[in-house]
Ligand binder design. Structure first.
Ligand code: FO1
Length: 304
């Protein structure tokens, strides 16, 4: 059976991944997670985009926060604060269990893929969730005050420092997830680039040696959904980051960044498509409800 392979970062991409999971049989969907946001914190191995995708596909995501787990409590964070510990990166009591389990698994030699799939299965996720690599890749942001690890820039500094450069530390040494390469060789039906931030969620995946080439070589349509509507990111710093890096924040600018990789680009009605070489499709790309996510997933799959 031919499969759909979706590349995704956190919240925006995860919404479309959920829509795809609603319309495709589980065995036909592979979701590839960005791991450039990962970091070691309080002795724990944290993989935010894997976690957002896992919780979203499991129906356990915290929709108010856009990250972490619903029905959460914060007793550990409160106790840690009382001890003078670091609480700028909020880890809920139930979310902590996932980080404890992953950290223990990695320390005992389990691959990131294996522990990701074991946890996803325990939480009832049926689609296949693959980290882009089992090797560490760390997105770093160069600001006027110097380089910052991604979560320090994104959460601790709240995206305030201007972005002069984005780099993916370790990406050249990272081996593409072999399960992803195998799926790309097995004649997939479509490659979908979810509406995540291109700079920090999608490009780290494409930067892992061999992944871009395997996508181009697999012969399937490559369909990206714009993360920008009307010049604004739906959520997060995408538009601001593009502007910092000298690119006008527009749906077309994102398509131009992906360049010849795309066969199709899905963007909001009314946004300017000038200069886009891929086949442009229009659809409502703002996903508030599950129906919105399903409708967009159907619109994207209809192009394949
Ligand atoms: N984002 C925040 O803005 N503040 C937080 O305290 C925070 C905690 C957190 C804990 C676990 C997790 O998986 C994600 C968390 N995030 C938090 C979101 C995270 O920084 C983002 O999901 C990404 O890295 C960007 O996509």
């Amino acid at each position: 059976m031919s499969r759909v392979i979706a590349l995704s970062g956190g919240i925006g991409g995860a919404k479309l991944a959920l829509g795809l999971a609603q319309v495709l049989p589980a065995e036909e969907l592979i979701v590839v997670a960005n791991t450039g946001d990962d970091f070691e914190h309080l002795g724990l191995s944290i993989s935010p985009d894997i976690d957002t995708l896992t919780y979203t596909l499991a129906g356990l995501d915290n929709q108010a926060l856009g990250w972490g787990r619903r029905d959460e409590s914060w007793a550990c964070m409160d106790a840690l604060a009382a001890l003078g510990g670091e609480t700028w990166f909020r880890l809920g009591d139930r979310d902590l269990a996932l980080h404890l389990e992953r950290t223990q698994a990695l320390r005992s030699g389990e691959t990131l893929t294996a522990v990701t799939q074991r946890i996803a299965a325990r939480l009832g996720v049926l689609a296949t969730l693959l980290p882009m690599s089992n090797d560490p890749v760390r997105t770093r942001i160069r600001t006027p005050e110097g380089w910052l690890d991604f979560q320090h820039w994104f959460v601790r500094e709240q995206c305030r420092p201007a972005v002069c450069e984005v780099a993916f530390q370790g990406v050249n040494e990272a081996r593409a997830n072999p399960a992803l390469l195998a799926a790309l060789r097995a004649k997939p039906r479509a490659i979908i680039i979810c509406p995540s931030n291109p700079l920090i969620s999608v490009e780290p995946i494409l930067a892992v040696p061999g992944i871009r080439e395997a996508i181009i070589g697999c012969g399937a349509p490559v369909i990206a959904v714009s993360p920008i509507i009307g010049g604004q990111a739906v959520k997060g710093p995408t538009a601001r980051m593009l502007a910092d890096l000298g690119t006008a924040p527009s749906a077309a600018a994102v398509a131009l960044r992906y360049g010849a990789l795309l066969t199709h680009y899905v963007m909001e009605h009314g946004d300017d498509a000038t200069g886009i070489s891929a086949a442009v499709s229009r659809a409502p790309t703002l996903m508030r409800t599950l129906e919105d996510k399903v409708a967009l997933a159907r619109a994207v799959l209809s192009l394949a």
